[in-house]
Design a protein around this ligand. Structure first.
Ligand SMILES: C=C(O[C@@H]1C=C(C(=O)O)C=C[C@H]1O)C(=O)O
Length: 459
């Protein structure tokens, strides 16, 4: 691995452990590439593509093809497994990178499932508990600059051919860039919602379980949207980008499925020793005009039930951050975050993290926050496992990227759906506290379906 930017240092190769070596090369793009177009042009790589855009639009990544998979299906140990495999892969890696930016060179793309202990259904077949890979080819747009990274694995005794192999692969990718055909969304045939009354009974059941210890449980539901023809990832992605411009837009394909969405929620971002997280909980609809919208925001800011839901998240994230940071900053009161279809109570958090912490250790510490699990975490998760009747898979879970220098960002994958053939399964949840009204919670989840439903051509 290189010792500082641009200077190559190859550490001792341990053939017995790792007979292949990751070689990565970064070049700057001179002629600007439209990032979604780039994703679409590689439609022959369907099942092996990844898309990421952060809310600022300053960090965008498109991964194409799979150079090395890091997947784990054994539940609880998946974080340490990914950490170990990633570390081992990087130990001997050779990186040709003369640019001083995050999100270029070898980058791990993917996500973890919501709850490794929840019983699995075939809905998420094809996705692992920890589902990560290093792409063969990646376009990064960072602060307006574009870079292409090419990654290859090469046998340790063939290192003299590394440069040539990189060139070959990069050439092959340039050749396989196809015209991006314009895909239109097929029409929606039917939306199949979970039984309203049955779901409300489950909300009541959760409320009855709340007590002096268990304060909040986040309950989710899914809807199935059937189409007249097969769905194409890029057409949904284009709508999400257009309609949810201030969200995290993500797409993770696996085999013939794609998990995609537009989340307002950051789990954690790490840049050097600076870390950021977000407390996001408490929701209200958008108004029909500015006045109504602001009145609703004011109502949300002063509503005790929503403030309570929000405070559990603040409490947990604050404690977790204080554990691993030398300093933590967060405002004393929540602000309003306005998304296209909904507004939320929002408290940003930042801190200086201790050297011993990695992005993966921070994910492990924070996920799931009480915004998606409940408070306290373990008891809430047990209740979700028992009553929810839904395989969340990667919904509500960490999704994002991690570069070879430890920088990266993970969002909480809400406002999302799983595309498969002619149908999409979309997910939405809400925090249940003692004061919750099942009918209002149902309506809240219906609003939270909107970003995906609209991107799918529905209402
Ligand atoms: C669970 C979801 O959203 C979460 C729950 C919220 C709430 O209960 O008010 C608000 C934002 C998210 O943290 C979802 O959108 O599916």
């Amino acid at each position: 691995m290189k010792d500082s930017r641009g200077t190559m240092v190859q550490t001792k190769i341990r053939d017995s452990v790792s007979p292949t070596i990751l070689v990565s090369e970064v070049i700057m793009v001179e002629e600007r590439i439209e990032i979604v177009d780039f994703f679409s042009k590689f439609h022959t790589y369907k099942g092996k593509r990844f898309f990421w855009k952060d809310p600022s639009g300053k960090n965008m990544l498109v991964g194409i093809g799979i150079c090395e998979k890091i997947e784990c299906s054994s539940g609880e140990s998946s974080y340490s497994y990914v950490e170990k495999r990633w570390k081992r892969l990087l130990e001997n890696a050779i990186v040709y990178n003369e640019f001083n930016h995050i999100g270029i060179g070898p980058v791990l793309l993917g996500g973890f499932s919501f709850d490794p202990l929840k019983e699995k259904t075939e809905l998420w077949d094809g996705f692992s508990e920890a589902h990560f890979y290093v792409p063969q080819f990646m376009l990064s747009e960072i602060d307006g600059n574009q870079f292409i990274t090419t990654n290859i694995l090469i046998q340790s005794d063939k290192m003299e051919y590394a440069k040539e192999a990189l060139k070959k692969q990069s050439f092959a990718f340039h050749k396989s860039i196809k015209e991006s055909t314009s895909h239109t969304l097929p029409s929606i045939q039917k939306v199949i919602e979970a039984d309203r009354e049955k779901w409300k009974v489950t909300v009541d059941k959760v409320i009855s379980k709340l007590d002096d210890t268990l304060k909040k449980v986040v309950l989710a539901r899914a809807s199935k949207v059937n189409f007249t023809k097969e769905l194409v990832t890029e057409s949904v992605l284009k709508n999400l980008i257009q309609q949810q411009s201030n969200g995290y837009i993500f797409a993770l394909e696996a085999h013939d499925k794609c998990f995609t969405g537009a989340s307002p929620e950051r789990l954690v971002k790490k840049e050097g020793d600076t870390v950021f997280s977000t407390c996001l909980a408490g929701s209200i609809s958008r108004g029909n005009n500015k006045e109504e919208d602001n009145a609703l925001a004011e109502e949300l800011l002063t509503d005790s039930k929503n403030r309570e839901e929000h405070n559990y998240v603040v409490k947990m994230i604050k404690n977790a951050m204080q554990e691993v940071c030398t300093s933590v900053e967060m405002p004393a009161n929540p602000q309003i975050m306005k998304m296209r279809d909904i507004q939320h109570l929002y408290t940003p958090v930042s801190g200086k993290v201790k050297e011993t912490e990695s992005l993966i250790s921070l994910i492990r510490l924070l996920h799931p926050t009480p915004a998606l699990g409940g408070f306290p975490r373990d008891v809430a998760l047990e209740v979700i496992r028992e009553v929810e009747g839904l395989d969340r898979g990667l919904y509500g879970a960490p999704i994002g990227w991690l570069d070879y220098e430890g920088n990266g960002e993970f969002a909480v994958s809400i406002r999302s759906g799983l595309l498969h053939g002619n149908s999409a399964t979309i997910f939405a949840g809400c925090g249940i506290v003692a004061d919750s009204d099942p009918e209002l919670e149902y309506i809240e989840t219906a609003i939270k379906f909107k970003p995906m439903l609209t991107a799918l051509g529905g209402k």
